[in-house]
Write a protein that binds this ligand. Structure first.
Ligand SMILES: C[S@@+](CC[C@H](N)C(=O)[O-])C[C@H]1O[C@@H](n2cnc3c(N)ncnc32)[C@H](O)[C@@H]1O
Length: 287
């Protein structure tokens, strides 16, 4: 019988570029600050996503299940609204993006991910949750029909599905990026599985989408040193520093420009509230 080796005391130095930050506290604080400002090339998208989540939050109640919870970034928005918030993650994506040197430190995921599984086969009983949420996940599942059918199955009648999907977003989390959706496509997809869309609204408009695409251009064409296996890029230190002000200016400019257009034929994504209607009591069983 082999003796399990004790976990090392601290993460190895070569794990520094992993999804779990091993940077020095000051650099970590600086990076966290930068992420919240227009110097983050994804700032425009993240501002809109947060607005979408704030729109969705009042629709959440009871036991809420988050399919593809990621790093549980919006947990605070649901505090006091749900009695329990638990989240599922899909191991091939999480572990595929995790530096193998950090596998011994996987316990840091505790408190973020409650259950590992697959959106195609949710490990829950029928009608067992009051709210099912899925933020920026449906584009990543090979079979969204099956995933939505599973979300509808675990939802109790009268419960709500809260969903966001991207529309203009660069390919990401490769090789698990399969499609983009339109409002009509989303409505039909939900309806096929007994979910009635109450709201399908665009996230941002043509100005937000233009700002986001332009900052991706600056990031990927000017600032990038290397394209990574998952589609994201590693920034060159010096070109990155020179480019970030352009990225910041572009995003702020188009954030303001959003107010002067209402054309949303091009937008960042869609935000959806759908309800699982209770079976019609007047319909005799079997009909
Ligand atoms: C763009 S991230 C969004 C994460 C999180 N919902 C958020 O808003 O920050 C997409 C997530 O979908 C998850 N995912 C991909 N394939 C999945 C599957 N088959 N079942 C469940 N989740 C999946 C990924 O692991 C990833 O965390």
């Amino acid at each position: 019988m082999s003796t399990p080796s004790p976990a090392p005391a601290s993460p190895p130095a070569n794990a520094a570029r992993s999804v779990i930050s091993t940077r020095k506290p000051l650099l970590r604080r600086l990076a966290a600050w930068q992420r919240r400002t227009p110097l983050n090339p994804y700032w425009l998208d993240s501002v809109h996503l947060l607005e979408s989540v704030r729109f969705l939050a009042p629709h959440a109640r009871g036991v809420m299940f988050d399919v593809g919870v990621g790093e549980r970034p919006y947990a605070a928005e649901f505090e006091g609204r749900v009695t329990r918030y638990f989240g599922l993650e899909y191991p091939p994506v999480v572990f595929g993006n995790l530096n193998p040197d950090l596998w011994d430190y996987i316990e840091v995921i505790h408190g973020i991910i409650d259950v590992f599984g697959d959106g195609h086969e949710l490990p829950l009983a029928d009608s067992s949750v009051d709210t099912v949420m899925s933020l920026e996940v449906l584009e990543h599942v090979p079979d969204p029909e099956r995933c939505v059918s599973e979300m509808a199955r675990v939802l109790r009648p009268g419960g709500r599905a809260l969903i966001t999907v991207p529309f203009t977003a660069p390919l990401h989390q490769l090789p698990y990026d399969f499609r983009r959706f339109t409002p009509a496509g989303l409505e039909a997809l939900l309806e096929r599985h007994g979910l009635r869309a109450e709201v399908i609204q665009p996230r941002g408009n043509v100005a937000s989408a233009t700002g986001s695409v332009l900052s991706q251009y600056f990031l990927r064409h000017w600032a990038a040193a290397q394209r990574k296996h998952d589609g994201s890029v590693r920034m060159s230190r010096w070109r990155g520093l020179l480019t970030l002000p352009f990225i910041a200016f572009t995003q702020v400019f188009f954030r303001v420009a959003e107010r002067f257009t209402s054309d949303d034929a091009l937008c960042l994504g869609f935000t959806v509230v759908a309800v699982k209607d209770a079976p019609d009591a007047s319909t005799p069983a079997g009909h």
